[in-house]
Write a new protein. Structure first.
Lengths: 423, 232
């Protein structure tokens, strides 16, 4: 019986082709939007991971509880051992040390007297190891406004705005006045190798980037670090995997009784990333929801029109002895087939266009120079979700549209449906 | 069912609400039909023929009075029982043929058997037999759009007869056909009536059909004005 109906459905193009086209268009848009949202919002997650949170981050418990203050006096000790443990426990992951620091930046005149001063905050990263990927990860090379990247430990990068305010040029000397992790005063001279644009007002006001080893020396942080950031293989954030790694690490190495024991947090657990990740999911659900409702309305209407055209057929089927409920069920089954076929076509087309957009749209030209916060290229990302997400609105909207349109069959009296035959 | 009658109608009335009032389509009908009859309900448009046929076919229910069609009383009839009655025992033939346009002749005739859940082999045998009755075995793969009016109505007869029903209700079956095709159709139905002892009830005002009937029930303004048996 079902075969009989499906045969009829696919032979009658007005019943199959048009709805399939409608579903395919909707599903194409859903898949494309899903890939685009995943790509663009995902890039912000990528940025956060690269710049601040890692996919997971290891700190001392005490540091973690006061992380907003970047308290280097609570830094993680014995980092060589921690790094070795991390590499052994989680092979394939990349681990990098970072130190957030702050202090007064002093610009001297030719006599060594203070010419200008300003408070600054900086990030110490591995700038000089040949194997380090930090320069690429933080988009530093493209963010240079003047000068060049540091090539020796004594060099430092300042934000361009900060350097301009202090009237500093690449090659000028600055003095960083700060405190060591033990609370003593630290005074260290650096040469400005270049200036960069961070792309965030707070950082552009007084941001700095220096090599981690020179900052370690300056802040007396031998074998210590503020944070160890971990990146999953392939540099793709996976919430479940990150949570599982963090749980596994904490179970083995972290102790609530020891505030200097290491603790690992996943990206979701840091800053306001929980809200952000939930927002990404919310946006995706919203896109699906909107398209589902829109498609259901369109298909409801086309179902009504198709249903009106088919009242004759319904009357005949009733006359032959088919029950209304059986007819209604057959319409729903037909719609599921339509929805499935439309979803397959729509998903294929959506993935095709999404694959074109995975190369990205370069918006760098529209911005005033590249910076560390913006990648300059907005791109779609095809994830596993993209292969099935279109089927949700595709099939449900079609079934819902038909279910609504089909109510007419129940509302019409049998004899009235039968009369349609004679019309 | 009484006295071998397959249809009994007692004090049947049917009214429809129209505007604020009511339109009485049928009033005070008493009729019986015996197995194997070849009878017609004859009358002008609006006399209530189709309404009566719909009630006989359990597509509609009386406003007053009762019917008993093939042992099922209208008082006990719910949509499920009515659908089962139609599916198993009643065939319909329509003025406009009402073939399903996307299916072949074979598939159109096969459709009632699918509802009866017959096996593929049973269906094939019955469909080919029905198409042989109406002389269309050479058209099994044709679509309705490729058939003439007469051929389409013959397919509709095959579809109505394929399940060998006890009762066939035909509403103006020749209204869209020329004289030659009308006679051909009527001869086919008359032959099936005699061979299979199927009861045929027509609703018609076509003189050609009336000429074939063995019983003529005349309706006027929803009332039976005459009921005569014709000697053939």
């Amino acid at each position: 019986m079902l075969r009989f109906y499906i045969k009829g459905l696919f032979r009658d193009r007005s019943r199959s082709l048009m709805p399939i086209i409608v579903v395919a268009i909707g599903v194409t848009l859903v898949v494309l939007m899903q890939c685009w949202v995943t790509g663009v919002l995902g890039d912000m997650i990528v940025f956060n991971a690269r710049f601040a949170t890692g996919h997971v981050k290891v700190m001392s418990r005490a540091y973690s509880e006061n992380v907003d203050q970047r308290p280097n006096d609570l830094a993680l000790l014995g980092t060589d051992q921690v790094l070795e443990d991390l590499s052994n426990e989680f092979p394939g992951m990349e681990w990098v040390e970072r130190i957030q620091f702050g202090g007064l930046v002093d610009a001297p005149d030719e006599n060594g007297e203070t010419r200008a001063q300003g408070p600054g905050g900086g990030m110490a990263i591995d700038l000089l190891s040949p194997s380090s990927k930090e320069i690429e990860r933080l988009n530093l090379e493209k963010s240079i406004v003047r000068g060049s990247l540091p090539t020796v430990p004594e060099e430092i990068l300042l934000s361009d705005e900060f350097a301009t305010k202090l009237e500093l040029e690449p090659g000028d000397q600055v003095t960083l006045i700060s405190t060591t992790m033990y609370g003593a005063m630290s005074i260290t001279n650096f040469i400005v190798s270049g200036t960069i644009k961070f792309g965030a007002a707070a950082l552009d006001r007084g941001g700095m980037v220096a090599d981690i080893n020179s900052i370690r020396m300056a802040l007396d942080m031998q074998d210590a670090t503020g944070e160890i950031l971990g990146y999953l293989p392939g540099d793709e954030y996976d919430d479940l995997q990150a949570a599982s790694i963090a749980a596994s690490f904490n179970e083995k190495y972290s102790s609530e009784a020891d505030e200097f024991s290491p603790v690992m947090l996943s990206l979701r657990e840091q800053n306001t990333m929980t809200m952000y990740l939930d927002m990404v999911d919310y946006f995706k659900s919203m896109i699906i929801g909107i398209f589902m409702v829109a498609m259901a309305i369109v298909l409801w209407n086309s179902g009504l029109l198709g249903g009106l055209r088919r009242y004759g057929e319904m009357g005949l089927r009733i006359a032959i002895g088919e029950e209304k409920s059986h007819i209604y069920r057959s319409l729903i089954i037909e719609s599921v087939f339509i929805g499935f076929a439309g979803s397959v076509v729509g998903t294929a087309i959506g993935l095709f266009f999404a694959s074109l957009l995975t190369k990205g749209i370069d918006i760098g030209g529209m911005m005033q120079g590249s910076n560390m916060m913006m990648q300059g290229v907005m791109k779609a990302r095809i994830t596993v979700d993209a292969y099935y997400i279109g089927f949700i609105p595709g099939i449900f909207a079609t079934a819902l549209g038909t279910a609504l349109a089909g109510i007419g069959i129940f509302k019409r009296k049998t004899a009235q449906l039968f009369k349609e035959l004679q019309a | 069912m009484r006295n071998g009658n397959i249809i009994t109608i007692e004090k049947l009335s049917k009214s429809f609400p129209i505007g604020g009032g009511e339109f009485t389509a049928l009033s005070g009908i008493y009729l019986t039909f015996e197995k194997g009859e070849f009878s017609g309900i004859v009358g002008p448009s609006g006399s209530g023929k189709t309404t009566l046929l719909n009630i006989l076919g359990s597509l509609d229910t009386p406003s007053e009075g009762q019917t008993n069609v093939l042992g099922r009383a209208s008082t006990q009839m719910n949509p499920k029982v009515a659908a089962k009655l139609r599916k198993q025992h009643i065939g319909f033939i329509f003025q406009t043929y009402n073939l399903l346009p996307v299916y072949t002749v074979y598939e159109n005739v096969e459709f009632p058997l699918l509802l009866l859940k017959k096996t593929a082999a049973e269906r094939k045998k019955a469909v080919l037999e029905a198409l042989e009755w109406v002389g269309l075995t050479d058209k099994i793969k044709s679509k309705p759009s490729q058939l003439s009016g007469g051929e389409s109505q013959r397919v509709a007869i095959a579809r109505a007869m394929v399940k060998k029903p006890d009762l066939v209700l035909a509403d103006e079956p020749t209204a869209n056909l020329d004289a030659e095709n009308s006679h051909h159709i009527l001869q086919t139905m008359e032959k099936l009536n005699q061979e299979l002892q199927t009861t045929f009830v027509f609703a018609t005002h076509d003189e050609k059909v009336i000429g074939y009937l063995r019983r003529i029930i005349r309706l006027e303004d929803g009332k039976v004005v005459s009921d005569e048996n014709i000697k053939k």
